[in-house]
Design a protein around this ligand. Structure first.
Ligand code: SER
Length: 340
């Protein structure tokens, strides 16, 4: 018999770090994790097995399927928006072909065992594209079906993977005489995520987390956006809660397959003020980098997450005050005190 597991791709990244902690708190969960990199020491002992490998290598995955019955997939592996702009074709391979590989695996396994494999997919605010600042000012909180015109390769990749998820879930082999058992695909569109434990790499919303981590380390920081640049953010524990809650939601309550989730919307200047309140000696300046600024300008000022609230009772635990006062400031302080 194969061992039943939850499979996490991109497990060594920021979201993986928190997700592994939360999932492993339930002793019944067995975690099989996958990444190009080893897991950080503090979470390695929380998983049953970690495989260092490339998602695009079919052989590795095929071997894993012969050993494990994959019940749920959290597909976290991706090249974020800034990094993807430097190597767009490579980003397409990682973000789209990597997702296809896992969707195909999930699809085959769903049919094989006659029970859907659940596929949880973090998408992004990057799938939106506001054409200009005036539109961004007028249409503040966008709903899922609005402004789906991404400016970045990463945004295109995420939007297309959402569509593939929808296809594999609802329309796969639609002309076959017998309807196959299909994948149970569900996704959330994240705003900028801020973690106390880790720093993101290669994203465009990184100026937020970079500001607060630099302040805690006593280092000066020049943000690459204008002071008035505004996007929504969310604390990492809430991001992971949203993935877990969506996974646990009853299918009949879901009116869509991909949902906006968010917590608070701040301009970069307001973000700086929050950081200064926690770290009064912080030295933060603004030196906008026009191309990266343009990406942030194309992302909406806020997300409308009322569908998630309605369908599966989504509600962030950390609003802006709690995010900074109860989570980010104390935990980041502790983290760097430990290191010094
Ligand atoms: N935080 C991501 C990025 O900046 C957006 O999903 O690329």
């Amino acid at each position: 018999m194969r061992k039943r597991v939850i499979f996490i791709s991109g497990a060594s990244g920021e979201v993986g770090h928190e997700l592994i902690k939360r999932l492993s708190a339930d002793g019944d969960n067995h975690l099989l994790t996958f990444d190009l990199h080893p897991l950080p020491d503090d979470i390695r002992q929380l998983v049953d097995r970690h495989v260092v490998g490339d998602l695009l290598n079919q052989n590795t995955l095929t071997r894993l399927v012969s050993e494990y019955e994959i019940d749920v997939i959290y597909h976290l592996a991706a090249l974020l928006s800034t990094r993807a702009e430097f190597t767009p074709e490579m980003a397409h391979r990682v973000n789209v072909e990597g997702s296809m590989t896992l969707l195909r695996l999930a699809s085959e396994q769903s049919q094989w065992r006659k029970r859907p494999v659940q596929f949880i997919f973090p998408s992004s605010i990057a799938i939106y594209g506001m054409p200009d600042l005036e539109s961004k000012r007028i249409y503040q909180r966008v709903r899922e079906f609005e402004w789906n015109q991404p400016r970045t390769m990463y945004g295109c990749n995420k939007l297309y993977c959402e569509m593939l998820g929808n296809y594999y879930s609802r329309h796969y082999r639609q002309l076959a005489a017998e309807k196959p058992v299909t994948v149970d695909f569900r996704g959330v569109r994240f705003p900028g995520l801020v973690s106390a434990a880790t720093l993101p790499s290669g994203g465009t919303s990184d100026y937020g987390p970079e500001m607060i981590h630099a302040a805690a380390k006593g280092e000066p920081y020049a943000a690459f956006v204008r002071e008035d640049a505004r996007i929504p953010f969310m604390a990492m524990p809430d991001a992971v809660s949203s993935l877990l809650q969506l996974a646990a939601a009853r299918q009949e309550n879901l009116s869509r397959l991909v949902y906006n989730v968010t917590s608070f919307s701040l301009s970069a200047g307001q973000f700086r003020d929050r950081v200064l309140a926690a770290f009064p000696d912080a030295r933060i300046t603004f030196e906008p980098d026009p191309p990266r600024q343009a990406i942030i300008d194309s992302w909406p000022a806020d997300l409308d997450d009322s569908a998630a609230r309605m369908d599966w009772d989504w509600e962030p635990e950390y609003d802006v005050d709690r995010a900074f006062d109860d989570y980010l400031a104390p935990q980041i302080k502790k983290r760097y005190q430990r290191e010094t």
